[in-house]
Design a protein around this ligand. Structure first.
Ligand code: NAD
Length: 457
């Protein structure tokens, strides 16, 4: 960890420092200095989770949006200014003077990456930015917490692995159900054969939670304080419409993959963990009743998810839009295990109350210090696990390779649902053997001047 460059970025040694932390474990010189990149919807979860970590100090926030109301509730206020105020207010509350003005706000993430006093970044921007910012952050020597889905394309994920490993960085993927005790328990029941031989996994996806603006949508005037060109940047040029940006970017294939990548980055990640397939993936895929919007709409992602992925051992993963919206069911020869909004449910019911024995398979816990196994802690614990990895220089619970194994299955789902024919997949070479049409979907061009390997200066 680099030493804080005191004075840089408005940080002044002053009475706001908690005196007991000056020489101890939480001394400023032992703190991990963090920059948040992306201050939208999910940042309202990730930022407080990071602020709650006593050995981290958020010194910078970045967003191409200066400040605006959110899109969910009237009191959701998003953008770099509100985020900066939130950080300053949080640290101010810990000071005797009640004042703290140490967090800087930036429009261009490269200004965060250039700061020598920033050790780590939390990337919470739309998916079309994840790979490029991660690669540039790794090149700038930063450790990275990158939100799910790790990538927009399979080739982008491969670049992320190369950059993280070449520069000896830590990367935690934001698929935080790896830090959920209930999800871990469900996976342990499957791994320990409690439902017999696993036959099928059914991943359940919610319907799209926003309607597109219809066939007659028109470009809108740009809102003040919003750098739309920087929002789009590596994505194709496109006229501004509010339904393209905040949160709704998920439903346009130029920026994301719809509910397949949105919820799939959790649901498929659970399946991969239960299957012990973190170094592997399916070998065959087929469409299963997916539906797509008419041409010309602003939203271009599937309106109904439906595909099957088969693993070499014969297990089928069926991914579908279905009630109850988000969840997963593992079906074995002797019962089933389900995990979702209602926690863990099983057949036979007694399984849900059973304990995993000392000689059975136990999956890693992201925060071994946590005695209470409540799900409410799982995002802070995922963050805790990241910071522990930053300090120990050992991989966190969901390193770049594991996050990359999940994201491609989401992308494969979108590819097979678009091509609507059976596809064979080689999970080692990460290509469709002898299938040029399908292989063309492995990458998408970036709009100039953005490319991997570009300098940040
Ligand atoms: N782990 C989870 O459960 C979870 C939940 C929701 C979202 N996410 C992920 O978080 C990411 C963001 O989603 P969201 O719902 O917060 O979207 P959002 O649109 O609400 O927020 C994204 C923010 O990034 C900003 N931004 C865009 N380009 C930028 C750039 N180049 N530099 C700086 N800021 C930029 C936008 O202005 C916006 O404020 C997505 O990848 C999404 O999949 C994860």
């Amino acid at each position: 960890m680099k030493k804080a460059a005191l004075g840089l970025g408005g940080i002044a040694a002053g009475p706001y420092l908690v005196p007991t932390s000056v020489f101890g474990k939480m001394a400023p010189s032992n703190r991990i200095h963090v920059g948040l990149i992306g201050a939208g919807n999910q940042s309202t979860i990730d930022l407080p989770a990071m602020l709650a970590q006593p050995d981290a100090r958020v010194l910078a926030v970045c967003d191409v949006n200066t400040a605006s109301y959110g899109y969910r509730t009237p009191d959701q206020f998003l953008g770099r200014k509100p985020a900066q105020q939130k950080v300053d207010a949080f640290y101010a509350a810990q000071t005797r003077s009640g004042r703290f003005r140490g967090c800087d706000a930036y429009n261009d993430f490269r200004d965060v990456l250039r700061r020598p006093d920033i050790d780590a970044v939390v990337i919470v921007v739309p998916d079309h930015w994840h790979a490029l910012i991660t690669v540039l952050a790794a090149e700038a020597g930063k450790d990275i917490y990158c939100e799910k889905p790790l990538s927009l394309t399979i080739r982008q994920g491969q670049e992320m692995i190369k950059a993280v490993r070449r520069h000896h960085r830590i990367l935690q993927t934001g698929s935080h159900y790896r830090s959920s005790p209930a999800n871990r328990f469900a996976c342990e029941l499957v791994r320990n054969g409690r439902i017999g031989r696993l036959i099928q996994i059914v991943g359940s996806f919610p319907e799209n939670n926003f309607q597109d603006p219809g066939p007659d949508w028109k470009p809108m005037p740009l809102p003040a304080g919003f750098d739309y060109d920087m929002w789009l940047s590596p994505a194709p040029a496109a006229p501004y419409h509010k339904d393209r940006c905040l949160y709704r970017f998920r439903f346009n294939l130029d920026y994301s993959g719809g509910q397949v990548t949105n919820f799939g980055a959790h649901v498929i990640d659970m399946a991969q963990w239960a299957l012990d397939a973190d170094g592997n993936g399916p070998v065959e895929l087929e469409n299963a009743g997916s539906q797509w919007p008419p041409k010309g709409r602003l939203y271009t992602t599937a309106t109904r998810v439906g595909f099957r992925a088969r693993y070499a051992g014969g297990v089928e993963l069926l991914c579908e839009t279905r009630e109850p919206g988000f969840g997963i069911r593992y079906i074995g020869t002797e019962g089933w295990v389900e995990y979702g909004y209602h926690g863990v449910q099983t057949q036979p019911a007694s399984l849900a109350k059973s304990a995993i024995g000392p000689n059975e398979i136990h999956l890693p816990r992201s925060n071994p210090a946590r005695s209470e196994e409540a799900s409410k802690y799982h995002i802070p614990d995922h963050m805790r696990n990241f910071l522990a990895a930053v300090k120990s220089r050992r991989d966190p619970i969901e390193p770049v390779e594991v996050g990359h194994r999940t994201a491609p299955i989401c992308h494969l789902g979108n590819i097979v649902m678009q091509l609507k024919r059976k596809l064979r997949w080689d999970p080692v070479k990460e290509e469709f053997p002898g299938d040029d049409e399908a292989n063309r979907h492995l990458e998408r061009p970036m709009r100039a001047p953005w490319h991997f390997g570009m300098p940040i200066s």
